[in-house]
Every structure is written in C-alpha cells, then in structure tokens.
Design a protein around this ligand. Structure first.
Ligand code: AP5
Length: 220
C-alpha cells in the first residue's frame, strides 16, 4: 500500500501515519522528521534548510524530491509506505507520480485530513514528543497515561518543536493554503482522493482511515 496523508499543520498526519506503521507495517515517511534530523545533525542539508523551516516556508522542491526518491527505494519501504508531509506542491506530486511510474508502481490512495484553521493553533501549541522514542502527545487530547513518563518507552524527557510558535504556524498555514491545497483537485481528478473529518477524535479518524483502506467493514 502506498499512501499519502494530506492536511494543514497539526491536522494529525503524523499521529495517523505513526499508527498505520504500527498497525499495518506501512513505513512512515515524514519529510518534516527527516529535515529536523538533518538540522540536528548539522549536515550541509540541515544548515541549508534550518532558516527556511524556522520561517515556516517550504523547502525547495528539488531537495524534497531527491530525498523521497532515495528514501522510497530503501528496502524497508518494500511492504508499503505512508507519506506524511510529501508531496506539498504540484511539482512534488508530479515528480512522485513519475518516480513511482518508472518503477511500475502508483499511489493507492491520498487521504485528506480536513481541519478548521482555528483548531490547529490549539493542537500545535499543545503538542510534545518523547525525546527518546518519538511518540507524540498532546497536553489535552493525548496526555501521557502517567504525567511526565512516556507510555511506550518509559522515557522522562520530552521536546516541543521550535517551529510550533504562533508566528511560524501562521506562515505554515499560509503555505498550506497557497501551495499544498492545489493538490486536492490534482488527486481528486485522478480518482484517488478521500477526505476525512480531521476534527473528530483521534480514534474516530483512525477508524475512518481503516474503513477507507478496507481494514474494517463499513460501520464496524
Ligand atoms: P512537518 O513536520 O511535516 O509539519 P506540518 O505539516 O506543519 O505538520 P505537523 O507535523 O505540524 O502536524 P501533523 O499534521 O503531523 O499533526 P500531528 O499528528 O503532529 O513539516 C515541517 C516543516 O518542514 C515545513 O513547515 C517545511 O518547512 C518543511 N517541509 C516538510 N516537508 C516538506 C515538503 N514536502 N516540501 C517542502 N517543505 C517541507 O498532530 C498535532 C497535535 O494534535 C498532536 O499533539 C496530536 O496529538 C494532536 N492531534 C492529532 N489528531 C488529533 C485529533 N483528531 N483530535 C485532537 N487532537 C489531535
């Protein structure tokens, strides 16, 4: 299964992609995580993209396309993957179609998580992640079962993202509406777009995605 999750910052792409990897083994490919790892490592790529990400702008298409072309060829993607944060522009979508087509493959489905802009600020400002295993939490919607301790690994260090501040989130939202929203008609025209109400609870969104992917019977 080759999937794309589309949606504005804070829509729940990472939350749902992580679950799809855990439940079904589709490798989660988060371009945001890959770029943050590059920044943290101090690599040439990281130095190039750091200020772009801090402003909330999009990283140039060429960098992103090369990154995903390399990553999707690795053996851990053979059982399928879920793209979380890519494509984000029409040229990225066209390049993805081209690279998959050259390998005799195609996307199976694109799932849009539709969320009101107003809800996103609250979601993003409440988000934090286990520094050890990367499990994501939210102050209100998904707190750790025991405060200050990761449910998954027992870690006690948590991090909040540098670009999760009001000014940068506003810029990320503008970039979404201007550069990424045109992907909705692009995929609708190809007959592979499904839209999910991302304002529903995390579990309800997961159930709807499972239904779209044929993982459960309708209404189950
Ligand atoms: P990226 O890391 O992809 O950030 P984003 O798209 O802004 O998305 P987020 O990670 O903020 O949100 P999410 O949708 O994953 O939500 P989450 O599941 O965490 O990109 C960062 C930057 O990298 C970009 O700004 C850009 O500069 C660059 N970049 C990356 N890819 C690029 C590309 N292809 N081209 C160019 N540049 C690129 O959920 C958010 C919070 O809400 C969590 O706390 C979660 O617990 C909670 N939550 C989730 N679902 C629900 C729900 N249903 N109800 C209530 N709470 C919920």
């Amino acid at each position: 299964m080759k999937l794309v999750l589309l949606g504005p910052p804070g829509a729940g792409k990472g939350t749902q992609a992580h679950r799809l990897e855990t439940c079904y083994g589709f490798r989660q490919l988060s371009t945001g995580d890959m770029l943050r790892a590059a920044v943290a490592s101090g690599s040439e790529l990281g130095m190039k993209v750091r200020s772009i990400m801090e402003r909330g702008d999009l990283v140039p298409d060429r960098i992103m396309i090369d990154m995903i072309a390399d990553r999707t060829e690795q053996s851990d993607c053979a059982g399928g993957f879920v793209l979380d944060g890519f494509p984000r522009t029409v040229p990225q979508a066209e390049a993805l179609d081209g690279m998959l087509g050259a390998r005799g493959m195609a996307l199976d489905r694109v799932i849009e998580l539709e969320v009101d802009d107003g809800a996103l600020i609250a979601r993003i400002s409440g988000r934090f992640t286990c520094a050890n295993c990367g499990t994501g939490y939210h102050d209100t919607h998904k707190p750790a079962r025991k405060a200050g301790v990761c449910d998954v690994c027992g870690g006690t260090e948590f991090v909040r993202r540098k670009d999760d501040n009001a000014e940068t989130v506003a810029a990320r939202l503008r970039a979404y509406h201007k550069q990424t929203a045109p992907l909705l008609p692009y995929y609708r025209d190809r007959g592979i777009l499904s839209t999910v109400d991302g304002m529903a609870s995390i579990d309800a969104v997961s159930r709807e995605i499972d239904r779209i992917l044929g993982k459960v019977e309708s209404g189950a």
